[in-house]
Design a protein. Sequence first.
Length: 199
Amino acid sequence: MKYPEPINKLIESYSLLPGIGIKTATRMAFYTLGMTETSVKEFADNLVSAKTNIHSCIICGNITTEDTCEICQDATRDQSTILVVEQVKDIIAIDDMNTYNGLYHVLGGVMSPVDGIGPDDLNIKLLINRLREHSEVKELIIATNATPEGESTAQYLAKLVKPSGIKVTRLAHGLSVGSDIEYADEMTLKSAVLGRREL
């Protein structure tokens, strides 16, 4: 069946979301049509607000509405450790388990020569500058995913940082190879953080 153009455009927009196929996008579009005008406007306003007001922390790359995120502003956190993650969603997964109380740094991905992503495409320079400017940092915990790209990025960071005398550790492989941090259960994440090893 051919839908009116506004519906087709809405379906197309929903299908851009990860894991959403055409059938699900169609259901979502028709669900949206059934919502009140007030709810649809609020939904649209929330989308625009999030896109407009959320940006990266100038220190660690986490999401924030200010220049620096809540974690970087929190003086009670352990200033001697920085845990490096691929994406912002990994911070949420690790911080929610209440085992780690240090700082974070978001790389914004991992090195992947096949996809044309090298060190200059990640927040590595920001991390190195941060380590130079903050002598209180004694340990860098690398928490990239247990994928070939995650492992090669971890090794690259270790080679860059180790000459500075900062201890470089890697999450223990309580995380299965090929898995993503955001999908790991709490106990797996806890054992991975507590059982980290030096690179």
